[in-house]
Design a protein around this ligand. Structure first.
Ligand SMILES: [Zn+2]
Length: 86
């Protein structure tokens, strides 16, 4: 009887451990999935350009290497791009 009780306790304990360990992992993965499913904003390729030098393009905000002016965000003009494609 003692042996059976020991096994039962062992199973119960290991089961509880797996349950306890499995729950947070599932919750974390679920949260990650939810985040992936509904992204708040698409990480669009934002480019920064200089007002004086349109040929200066940077993926990060900074200063123009030519004149030192602060780079401004270049808005991705979708309509323009489509017109350009055609
Ligand atoms: Zn410039």
């Amino acid at each position: 009887m003692k042996k059976v009780t020991l096994i039962a306790v062992a199973i119960l304990f290991s089961g509880a451990t797996v349950f306890a360990a499995g729950l947070p992992v599932k919750a974390v993965s679920d949260t990650t999935k939810t985040k992936k499913v509904k992204p708040v904003a698409k990480p669009e390729k934002v480019q920064y350009t200089c007002g004086m030098h349109p040929d200066v393009l940077s993926e990060k905000p900074g200063k123009c290497p030519k004149c030192g002016m602060e780079l401004v965000k270049k808005e991705p003009a979708k309509k323009k791009a489509e017109t350009m494609k055609m």
